[in-house]
Ligand binder design. Structure first.
Ligand code: ADP
Ligand code: MG
Length: 471
């Protein structure tokens, strides 16, 4: 009977994969898969969750199919289905006490071992769509720059709502705030029945405005005040937005009173938040604050190495070394560089050599170097275009002929550099970051009504690049 044969085939494939992958990797991903059915050329296997299925699909599908085909000596169509096993035990809450985060270190660098943080045995819920499924603890490389933050995040994931509330993660652009926050969400969602909500501050504000407009505030309150875990990303965005701050304050209190968990990320520590209600800031201060610093070379290397491996790409170490030496500002740029090279390798079907890497990264390296100098360049270009002085841009004059170029220059700084709004504010005569955000939005809104703005911005950006390249 064909059905039996195929099931036997599947078992044999599993046996072989176990030997090839090793016990540990095999146990992480294969023990919970079951044979479902087959028909014609197809074999269907079942997964306990969509999350699990997608992971296996990404990393092992081709290998499994190839193995089956080899064993069967014919073409096989592999079907991956989500299949909730009957009587799946309730997923246990994390076993280990919060005080002993289990992160293995090597030279002070670590990734969290699967199974140590997540009880990977029986994930039963579908992946939460608001969260990126690759933003997990397993994929978070830990070094001395983020050690405390990551361990605190792990502890909180195991016991949300108890000790560290709110949890306040702060640090510069691209240092891993969003990844860490979503790892908390993914972990709790996967390992408990708790309701997790992740929102960016912008979405929180938009939803709030919409509910006010349509007099549906009850909906808003029910949604956000009654969740078990609320993750709000980039709260610096709420500066000077007093209405939503008030709502946030009440949301926050309800959740805390119910002993549920709140996590925030921000580009600065609470004490540096300007145009925020004092009672809100003092609430932020009462929880646990952790900061993320830029990683040193070894940590950058580990991050890129693991990102490349996860993508199944064999970028040579000397190329990774080049990326990590040239780009030090933030992890997002590092990953961006890696992606450029991986895409090149995939499209061209070539190995990335040091020469190729140097060439491909040239643009990127130039622009990332530029981003360290170019605020001055942007100010020069914008000032000369509008016939005002750089000092006017930095100064206090409020006449329209100065205000517009000033806002536009800040806008371009945010678009073209990796500086935080706090740093941009500094460069514009010590303005605070909410002014920078305000200017940015002001310009962005203006695109709608000013048909020429697009081309003006294009011209300015081109001039900035040209002048930047000469400096
Ligand atoms: P932020 O929110 O602080 O601006 P992100 O969380 O968006 O930064 O991180 C930018 C990129 O860098 C993401 O692709 C993220 O996965 C990656 N990243 C940051 N820190 C780490 C880390 N420690 N290990 C692995 N990847 C990281
Ligand atoms: Mg972020």
């Amino acid at each position: 009977m064909a059905t039996l044969d195929n099931e036997a085939l599947w078992k044999e494939a599993l046996n072989q994969l176990k030997t090839e992958l090793g016990e540990r990797e095999f146990n992480d991903w294969f023990t919970d898969i079951c044979y479902l059915k087959s028909g014609g050329k197809s074999i269907a296997i079942g997964f306990p969750s969509a999350f699990h299925r997608d992971r296996v699909k990404r990393s092992y599908q081709d290998r499994i199919r190839a193995k089956l085909q080899k064993l069967a000596g014919k073409e096989i169509i592999l079907e991956l289905e989500v299949f909730a096993k009957k009587g799946v035990e309730k997923v246990s809450t994390p076993q280990k006490p919060a005080s002993s985060p289990s992160v293995e270190t090597q030279n002070g660098i670590a990734t969290v071992e699967k199974g140590k943080v997540s009880s990977s045995q029986k994930p039963k819920r579908d992946h939460l769509p608001q969260l990126r499924d690759d933003y997990t603890f397993e994929r978070y490389v830990i070094g001395e720059n983020n050690n405390f933050a990551a361990n605190a995040a792990i502890a909180i994931s195991r016991n949300p709502g108890t000790n560290y509330n709110p949890f306040f993660i702060y640090g510069g652009v691209g240092l891993g705030k969003t990844h860490l926050m979503q790892a908390i969400g993914n972990y709790i969602h996967e390992n408990s029945d708790k309701k997790v909500i992740y929102v960016t501050s912008e979405d929180f504000l938009n939803e709030y405005m919409e509910c006010i407009r349509e007099t549906k505030m009850n909906l808003f309150k029910n949604k956000f005040r009654r969740t078990d875990v609320l993750l709000i990303d980039d709260i610096q965005f709420f500066a000077a937005k007093w209405g939503v701050q008030e709502e946030l304050f009440h949301t926050f209190n309800s959740i805390l009173n119910a002993k549920n968990q709140v996590v925030f990320t921000c580009d600065c520590p609470p004490s540096e938040l300007k145009k925020f209600e004092e009672r809100l800031v003092s609430r932020f201060e009462q929880g646990l604050k952790v900061d993320l610093q830029p990683p040193r070379y070894e940590v950058r290397f580990a991050i890129i190495k693991s990102a490349a491996e996860k993508r199944g790409s064999s970028i040579p170490d000397e190329v990774i070394d080049l990326i990590c030496k040239k780009i030090s500002s933030n992890v997002r740029d590092l990953i961006g560089a890696l992606n450029t090279l991986v895409a090149y390798a995939e499209i061209m079907g070539k190995q990335v050599t040091l020469d190729i890497a140097q060439q491909k990264l040239k643009d990127m390296l130039v622009s990332s170097k530029q981003s360290n100098l170019s605020m001055e360049v942007i100010q020069k270009v914008v000032a000369s275009y509008f016939s005002v002085s750089v000092n006017d841009l930095k100064g206090k004059k409020r006449t329209q002929n100065v205000v517009f170029p000033r806002q536009l220059a800040m806008y371009i700084c945010r678009e073209m550099t990796e500086y935080s709004s706090t740093e941009i504010g500094e460069a514009f005569g010590g303005r605070d970051h909410s002014t920078v955000i305000y200017s940015f939005e002001k310009i962005r809104n203006r695109f709608v009504i000013d048909a020429n703005l697009d081309s003006t911005v294009d011209i300015l950006k081109r001039q900035v690049k040209e002048l930047g390249a000469k400096m």
